[in-house]
Ligand binder design. Sequence first.
Ligand SMILES: [Zn+2]
Length: 323
Amino acid sequence: MRLFLSVLIILVLTLALQDPPKRVLANLEEAKDRKELAVTFDDLPLNGRQFEAERLKAMTTKIVASIKKHNIPAVGFVNESQLYRFGEIDQRIAILKIWSDSGLELGNHTFSHMSLNVTPLETYKEDTIRGETITQMLLAQSGKKIRYFRHPYLRTGATVDIKDDFEKFLRQRSYTVAPVTIENSDWMYNLVYTTAKTRGDSETMKETTKQYLNHTEAMFDFFEKLSVELTGYQIKHIFLLHSNELNADNLDSVVDLIKRRGYNFISLEEALKDKVYTLPNTYAGKAGPSWIHRWMHTKGMEVKLKQEPEPSEMIQKMYEKEL
Ligand SMILES: [Zn+2]
């Protein structure tokens, strides 16, 4: 009898394990459908036309509050040259510290936002080292070290030799390159938006925001399709935004848009675990495209750079006018 009971118990347990409740299955299905995205901000403390420290502080407080509210483990890439303004150095370092004090990670975006296409390699390397000083000082306060580098304009070298040489230099200094898979030309919309804000033109600000969100949606549509074309699945994306007033005022809407598309926010470290980031990338050239284009190019697939959605003619014209 005891043996019979034991067998019965084992049988019941086996069946229970083999037939998980429907609820568990539903959760698993849902988890499979979730998309994942790391968010990065370039040109800290301020992308685009420079303005005074008080306005910069208000902008930074707003953007960081929104990042924290939505629990986004963002990384911000710094251009330390922006900190050196007569009479404002301490204030500007304190503004940059708002990011690190909020537990957000900082990376290097070179000291003075140089383009690797037009800068001699040795000068570019020096500018990279010069860009570490204050960022490292701020990170050290929480026992961290700089680990990520983001190329300005995403320009990684016009020739394979330059690209390889600089990447070797980065590895020697213990850097990991932070690729980008989705961007939305926010820097272009921002120039139109902030100049409108400065002159108190709320109509233009509203229209620019509307078009910015539409364009962001179009860029996500485009790169999600390319991701599937390249890998057969939705990769862990890395999204490039800039530290500017357009995003400070509208990050909640951008986040809502991303969440509606089914994304969870993950860290850059987590995103880089996707095997897509180990794909060969031999792209060398003048442009600074999404890494998805670079991998497709390396694989010999058709590169669809020209099919990428562009900001509307209105925004492009207004941007050129404001330059
Ligand atoms: Zn930049």
